[in-house]
Design a protein around this ligand. Structure first.
Ligand SMILES: NC(=O)c1ccc[n+]([C@@H]2O[C@H](COP(=O)([O-])OP(=O)(O)OC[C@H]3O[C@@H](n4cnc5c(N)ncnc54)[C@H](O)[C@@H]3O)[C@@H](O)[C@H]2O)c1
Length: 425
């Protein structure tokens, strides 16, 4: 391990740095697009001297984003966006090998989590990379005078963008925010294939159950839900989809899934996964109907998709059976309900989050959004903004090149045809 730089930090154990460094370099192999951006940033220094806070899942993939931002000249500090998602060895390596202050410990209490958010604000960031909008919401609620120091923010996830839009509608968002999640090269891949695979990975690592032949209920058929349903079917589960949006419900039907209300599905499911971004989508009345031994988890951003307070009130004291596996015994019928990862994002709590290959594109969007905000400092109005579509195309082109895949381009004749209207039948 290299000498520990004289910076402040709060990580579990700095001596884990060597394992973390190996993990970061392993992820980097699958992140060629971000590596190219890092190399360009290192020569152009577009973020020179910019004070930046990143509130993110502290994983090997995020570490590679931090390296790119640092190469671009940013003074960055990192905090966890979830108390259970930190990889402690990665946090140690970022401090020890890259000199980046990190405030994140896997299993930190809500108090510590909130203290880290305030530490991040004490740093007076000009750019905030947020995941779920906790830093921006705290800034607006508690430090509104500091908002004028902010050039802009970027938001990683669906839930965070919903919150930012609500802040804008309430007239309290006074700076521009880049909706990274809404880039096509983010949600089509990260939310669908990333969440699809890593959610099942989390369930399997926590429980080691066989999915084949089980009834798996997916609540929410958005980008994440589609991914979970697709991959669960691929492993032989009978998938049931729950939706409130009629268009998404028809889509699920035509994708070949059974669709029904959650009340009906409660009695059928062996495994339940929530991915709605909404509150209490599995409530006390649904827990009351579940089979003995039903497994319940969440992969949506916040831990309130499952009403665990309600479950606790109707059950005996929960018993921890294995890491990330707690059993609640419902008093009324004696049924055992198994809750994974305390209702927090199961793919990050019990597994390692998304594979690096999808985070490559998500974090390319993050890095380019930060560059865009700095380049357009003062030009963008407050509100939620999309990165220009050409950036999506550029990221996808770089990804294809890295995968060694060539595609066609339009001929001059085709371009002319696509821009004309005279030729019909
Ligand atoms: N686990 C991860 O790593 C990860 C990755 C990306 C996004 N997320 C989070 O997952 C959640 C979903 O993201 P998304 O991109 O799929 O969003 P989305 O908006 O594409 O989909 C959410 C779906 O849930 C449905 N829904 C809302 N309330 C419902 C209810 N009561 N019952 C049934 N369906 C309901 C909506 O109609 C919508 O179709 C968000 O909280 C997001 O931040 C998690």
């Amino acid at each position: 391990m290299s000498a520990i730089p004289a910076i402040e930090y709060d990580v579990k154990d700095i001596n884990l740095a060597l394992d973390g460094k190996r993990r970061i370099e392993w992820a980097e192999r699958e992140m060629p697009v971000l590596r190219l951006i890092r190399e360009r940033f290192a020569s152009e220094k577009p973020l020179e001297g910019v004070r930046l806070v990143a509130c993110a899942h502290i994983t090997a993939e995020t570490a590679n984003l931090a390296r790119a931002l640092q190469a671009g000249g940013a003074e960055a500090i990192l905090i966890a966006s979830n108390p259970l998602s930190t990889q402690d060895d990665v946090a140690a390596a970022l401090v020890s090998d890259w000199g980046i202050p990190v405030y994140a410990i896997k299993g930190e209490t809500t108090e510590t989590y909130n203290r880290h958010v305030r530490t991040a604000l004490d740093f007076h960031p000009e750019i905030i990379i947020d995941d779920g909008s906790d830093v921006v919401a705290t800034l607006i609620k508690e430090r509104s005078a500091q908002a004028k120091e902010v050039i802009g923010t970027t938001e990683e996830t669906t839930t965070g963008i919903v919150r930012l839009q609500a802040m804008f509608n309430a007239g309290v968002l006074t700076f521009p925010s880049m909706a990274v999640n809404d880039a096509q090269t983010k949600h089509l891949f990260d939310n669908r294939y990333g969440t699809g695979q890593s959610t099942l990975d989390g369930i399997i690592r926590a429980t080691n159950i066989l999915l084949a032949g089980r009834t798996l209920v997916v609540v929410g058929y958005g980008w994440c839900g589609k991914g979970v349903a697709l991959r669960a079917r691929g492993m032989g589960a009978n998938v049931v989809v729950i939706e409130i949006d009629p268009v998404k419900a028809v889509e699920a039907v035509m994708d070949g899934f059974r669709v029904m209300p959650i009340k009906e599905a409660s009695a059928l499911g062996d495994i339940f996964v929530t991915v709605t971004g909404n509150r209490h989508v599995i409530d006390g009345q649904h827990f009351a109907h579940m089979k003995d031994g039903a497994i319940v988890c969440n992969s949506g951003h916040f831990d309130l998709e499952l009403n665990l307070v309600g479950l606790r009130e109707m059950s005996d004291e929960p018993v921890t059976l294995r890491p990330f596996v707690q059993e609640y015994k419902v008093k009324a019928n004696g049924h055992r309900i198994i809750v994974l990862g305390e209702g927090r994002l199961i793919n990050l709590a019990a597994a390692e989050g998304h594979p690096a290959s999808v985070m490559d594109m998500s974090f390319a969007n993050q890095a380019l959004s930060v560059e865009y905000l700095v380049k357009h400092k003062g030009d963008l109005p407050p509100g939620v903004h999309l990165l220009p579509r050409e950036v999506d195309a550029e990221i996808a082109t770089l990804k294809l090149r890295a995968l060694g895949i060539n595609i066609d381009s339009l001929t001059a004749e085709q371009i002319e045809y696509m821009n004309s209207w005279e030729t019909g039948t």
